[in-house]
Design a protein around this ligand. Structure first.
Ligand SMILES: NC(=O)c1ccc[n+]([C@@H]2O[C@H](COP(=O)([O-])OP(=O)(O)OC[C@H]3O[C@@H](n4cnc5c(N)ncnc54)[C@H](OP(=O)(O)O)[C@@H]3O)[C@@H](O)[C@H]2O)c1
Length: 343
């Protein structure tokens, strides 16, 4: 990593016992994030439990407003309520806060960052930075390299989002419903979602808004515009929860200002940082959630010219929602700030 050679940082993680928190600890260890100290925080429920990190383990503490003294970075991946309460407290204690919730994403004073797309936005930070929704990140990673060459004018994105995006409780629910089905038992009433998720599809993620879109769909639209600095970009999304454990996928239709070929898209995306093209129909090679899970890149394939509209392409994306969709992107933002000597 570039930046301030040898400097190390005190880091606190709020939500360290969660599914994103666990991935965060794994990635911080894999990437040898320059840690001076690591404080693991969660609720009172988890206080005293020990979580593995590298060769050892660390005791989890309950989060309090005093938890952030001396922290250089505070990563919050817990709940909207925790982000709302603790982000300003941690910032006021002098830490850089990198937040995983939707609470701060649309705040004009909060950069919303995917380093491969808008890294320079970190410069404008005022103590709190946000990472996007886990479907928005792979979308902008694949659109941005195309948009720079040929402006994108309209996007239709339909998502296939895994249960890991809802957190630990939803992963357990898919497991127990699948086990009940295999055993010929009636599963317990669903609690993570309004309907059974095993062997089903739910065309609802988050609450419905007056427009008829869900909040998740609205987030994808608003966040894409903010990250790409295109406030008028036309975008429509349908977000669907699918019975997949980890990794979100997207079917994307994008229209451009100028003619565009599938070959040009493949070439541009082959050069795009953090993106891997997997596209060989002859061998049935294309991105799938099972292959994206546990890996860092955003995978894209099924790239073709859209026969229904001029200047349009269709493509299919899969990426690990816990890694690039959450923990990895958060760590990359911290690395970017270190490289730019902003901390
Ligand atoms: N999953 C994804 O793909 C994804 C992607 C992007 C963003 N996010 C966001 O990341 C956050 C965490 O998601 P998750 O999937 O990791 O959920 P999760 O598995 O349910 O874990 C939640 C974690 O937050 C802790 N927590 C909850 N309320 C807290 C509070 N008031 N104070 C301190 N800690 C609290 C929990 O502690 P206990 O163990 O003590 O209960 C646990 O460590 C959410 O804001 C979510 O929207 C998730």
């Amino acid at each position: 990593m570039m930046g301030q050679r040898g400097k190390q940082y005190n880091v606190a993680v709020v939500g360290a016992t969660g599914i994103v928190g666990a991935e965060f600890l794994k990635i911080a260890s894999e990437r040898s994030f320059p840690l001076k100290g690591l404080k693991l925080l969660a609720t009172e429920r988890s206080a005293g439990t020990r979580v593995r990190f590298g060769e050892g383990d660390i005791e989890v503490e309950a989060t309090t407003p005093q938890s952030f003294a001396g922290a250089d970075f505070v990563f919050i991946s817990a709940s909207g309520a925790a982000s709302r309460e603790y982000a300003p407290v941690a910032r006021d204690a002098g830490a850089i806060v990198i937040d995983d919730s939707s609470v701060w994403r649309q705040d004009p004073s909060v950069p919303l960052v995917v380093p491969e797309v808008n890294a320079a936005d970190v410069e404008a930070h005022q103590g709190i930075l946000a990472i996007p929704n886990c479907s928005t990140t792979p979308l902008v990673m694949c659109l941005w390299p195309l948009h720079r060459r040929n402006p994108v004018t309209r996007i239709v994105a339909d998502t296939y989002q895994s249960v890991a995006g809802t957190g630990t409780a939803a992963v357990r629910e898919l497991e127990s419903q699948s086990r009940a089905w295999a055993d010929g038992r009636v599963p317990d009433a669903p609690t993570a979602y309004p309907h059974r998720i095993a062997f089903n599809l739910l065309p609802q993620i988050d609450v419905f808004m007056d427009s008829g879109y869900t909040k998740e769909e609205w987030k994808m639209m608003a966040e894409t515009r903010k990250i790409m600095h295109e406030p008028d970009l036309a975008l429509s999304a349908t977000c669907v929860r699918v019975p997949v454990f980890v990794s979100h996928s997207l079917a994307v239709h994008a229209e451009f200002a100028q003619p565009i070929s599938a070959a040009a898209v493949r070439e541009a995306l082959r050069d795009a940082p953090g993106v891997v093209v997997q596209d060989d129909p002859a061998t049935s090679t294309y991105p799938m959630p099972q292959d994206a899970a546990g890996r860092d890149p955003v995978y894209v394939g099924r790239i073709r010219e859209d026969m229904s509209r001029p200047n349009s392409i269709a493509m299919w994306i899969s990426s690990d929602n816990l890694r690039k969709g959450a923990a990895l992107n958060a760590i990359q933002i911290a690395e970017e700030m270190i490289a730019r000597a902003l901390v």
